[in-house]
Design a protein around this ligand. Structure first.
Ligand code: 5GP
Ligand code: MN
Length: 332
């Protein structure tokens, strides 16, 4: 038997959360742009739960960008609509996994209440009601604690698939220090709801279109390593995406290849955008990439972070990152 959380912040949040939702007719669930497994998993887990809890209410789920192909297996993902196409106003909007309102990627519809549920340490509060727990494996783990407190009997296979996938992807397969005994207890509970971890893994990582491997070949050929600062990076350009008729979702997890190198601690993947580059940062053991990302106006977690820059020159980006990494290494 899994006991509900005794965390006072979560308990007091749930109280206020339910009061707001009971008085709301129209509710929207959303999260950050280019949504990942945690944003979609926590969002859908909450959405399915709320629809079961409040059958009479009008509840929607939307993100700025579409669901990447490797998350389309998630139950109810077909309910996700484009946030930009929404013209309604809402009584309550719940924003998951989003450290900063800008990360939503477009304007939020008007709402009486904006509620945040998130696990980022560094963030800019933007809601009227917030539940933020850090360090915690994922927003999905936090959403689980919330819905398990409210009504565990509503947690079904569909919700379990979403929450498990969110935890799994945000911890790179239960491999970060944010994974606790409680995380595994929750995962075990979710498995008791009849989910199949093989189906999850194969959908996430074994549905690659061939264009993705062609892009990966390019990215691997461009890996550069600076041994003195244990830094490695690679990149993909817009012209590469065009050549293979690919999009940003086809570069998911490319940053893990430079990180996988022996003696590399910090890895970066630069994805060219029309404004410059989206930079994904990862670290292996001790380096805090969230702090590095913050220097460039981005954010994230100790081992996974990112930022966007209007620098358009790879060499310049290399040099600026190398300089910042060198400085941080001296401080450590
Ligand atoms: P990814 O490299 O997979 O896009 O992002 C890894 C993590 O870094 C995300 O979970 C998110 O927390 C953070 N992140 C990525 N890009 C940005 C960004 O542009 N701004 C901020 N604040 N965080 C980001
Ligand atoms: Mn997350």
């Amino acid at each position: 038997m899994l006991l509900p959380t005794k965390d006072k912040e979560i308990i007091s949040f749930v109280d206020k959360f339910l009061k707001i939702l009971k008085n709301s007719k129209k509710i929207l669930v959303t999260g950050h742009k280019n949504p990942d497994g945690d944003a979609i998993g926590s969002g859908l887990g909450l959405y399915i739960f709320l629809r079961k809890l409040f059958k009479e209410k009008d509840i929607k789920i939307a993100f700025k960008d579409k669901v990447p192909y490797f998350l389309k297996f998630l139950p109810y993902s077909e309910d996700i609509v484009s946030l930009e196409s929404i013209e309604d106003t809402f009584d309550a909007i719940i924003v998951v996994d989003t450290a900063d309102i800008k990360r939503v990627g477009c304007k939020l519809p008007l709402a009486k209440f904006i509620i945040e549920i998130d696990h980022h340490k560094e963030r800019e509060k933007f809601g009227n009601l917030s539940l933020v727990k850090s360090p915690l494996s994922s927003t999905s783990e936090l959403v689980f604690e919330v819905i398990y407190l409210i009504n565990p009997s509503l947690i079904d296979t569909n919700i379990a698939y979403n929450i498990y996938t969110g935890i799994y992807t945000d911890t790179a397969g239960f491999s970060y220090e944010t994974v606790t005994q409680r995380t595994f207890e929750i995962a075990a509970y979710l498995l008791s709801k009849n989910i199949n971890p093989r189906i999850i893994f194969t959908n996430l990582y074994e549905q690659n279109p061939i264009r993705k491997l062609k892009l990966l070949k390019l990215a691997l050929s461009r890996i550069k390593v600076w041994e003195d600062i244990k830094f490695s990076r690679t990149y993909i350009l817009l012209e590469d995406l065009k050549k293979y008729k690919a999009s940003y979702e086809d570069t998911e997890s490319f940053v893990s290849y430079p990180r996988s190198l022996k003696d590399v601690e910090i890895a970066a993947f630069y994805l060219e955008k029309d404004f410059g580059f989206k930079v994904s940062l990862r670290s292996k053991l001790f380096f805090n990439v969230a702090k590095l990302a913050k220097k460039f106006g981005g954010g994230g977690h100790k081992h996974a972070a990112g930022f966007e820059t209007n620098i358009k020159n790879i060499e310049l980006l290399d040099n600026i990152l190398r300089k910042e990494i060198s400085l941080s290494l001296k401080i450590v």
